[in-house]
Design a protein around this ligand. Structure first.
Ligand SMILES: [Zn+2]
Length: 101
């Protein structure tokens, strides 16, 4: 009758392993979905960089105020490049951005 005991022990071990992996999977899947929802919550307003045309998160962008208008840039380099431009070129570009938005 020893084979029956061995079979029972094996069945119990398999059952435990199956349960353990199901638990492990739940932990991993739960972690992933939590991270996903955190990302969704963080996702803010996207604004367009007038220099390179890249879309950046308004909360993370480099800001500059030009003629009372708040502008957003992906980096300080883009901001400086924009501020170095002549005002008429800036005005033309601002118009372009308004039209393509
Ligand atoms: Zn840029």
């Amino acid at each position: 009758m020893i084979w029956l005991l061995r079979l029972l022990a094996l069945a119990a071990a398999l059952f435990f392993l199956r349960w353990f992996f199901a638990w492990l999977w739940r932990q991993l899947a739960g972690g992933v979905s939590r991270a996903g929802s955190a990302r969704a919550v963080h996702q803010g307003t996207l604004v367009r960089d007038p220099v390179c045309g890249m879309h950046v998160d308004a909360a993370l962008a480099v800001r500059a105020e030009v003629n009372g208008e708040a502008l957003h840039f992906c980096s300080e380099r883009c901001r400086d490049a924009y501020l170095a431009r002549p005002p008429e070129e800036r005005a033309r570009q601002a118009e372009e951005i308004r039209n393509t938005r």
